[in-house]
Design a protein around this ligand. Sequence first.
Ligand code: DON
Length: 340
Amino acid sequence: MISLRKPSRGVLYLAALFCFGLLANSAQAQTAAEFQAAVDRAHAKYLGLKEGANADYIPILTETPSDLFGVVIVTREGEIFAAGDVDYKFSIQSVSKPFTAALVMAQQGPEVLREKIGVEPTGLPFNSKMALEIYDERSVNPLVNAGAIAAVSLVQAKSEEDRWNQVLRNISDFAGAELIVLEKVYDSEYTTAFGNRGIANLLYNYGRLYSEPEEALRVYTRQCSIGVSARDLGMMGATLANLGVNPVTDKRVMPAKDVPELLAIMATAGFYDESGQWMYTAGLPAKTGVGGGIVAVVPGRFAVATFSARLNAAGNSVRGMNAIRDIAGELGVGVFGANP
Ligand code: DON
């Protein structure tokens, strides 16, 4: 029989230590001054870094001013700490992908996302056609182009217009702003989208696309052409940090229960064939885009977003990666523990 006894002094001591540990841990939460200092330091340190080059396979992206550089932290309470060019509007590109995956999860549940798209990292470039041939799932995960085109096609819609309106509404709700398409980016990308058209048609051929291919391609390309600032991306990330509720508008944008699964995909595939390196060094789920944006999430706490158009060979912003890595290290917020 279990008898309930008065706790011994040892047990009380352990309980006190535990409570102290909890308090000490919550005391580690950064002050506003520490957030601002981290953002300022990262911005100043990498402002002069010229490594990398603008994406040029979408012709208009060569025109993005390469010297612009913005770094921002947005907390789950909606506080903003910014340095540099955080209000310049650039195309969201692949940073949009997890947010449309979130819409599919919200409409049909995470199991449908897993079954109809997949959640494995490819270890291959974002636009790989080979991935479609070597993986049985074909689309592989919603953060590579194939999976993102499939995600758009999975949005439950009555028409192309309805599909597009839902995609835009959802991303705008994450940002807490009325976002619009940068039409010149859309024209430039759609008129040169031969690779993505190939991907959409291959997916359709394999029964892994759920709308007419050209419709999915158009809506996907419009999604990638949405104009955002680093501040917008920070707010979108903060909505994930806040378990799916936008911290400023208070609108629930996705079910809280789906957030961990979405962050898991961002952790394993957010940087494509550099995802391992990224998690090893920064330790944060994140998503990049060839427009120069990155958003990283410290689950339950805050987001760090950056903008700088010069990319490395994997299509990831060089200054952005460096800045987020530094901030994660300085604040000790890697999800597996404080990275050096
Ligand atoms: O489909 C494309 O190629 C672009 N709209 C998006 C690619 C992208 O952003 C890759 N990310 N780093």
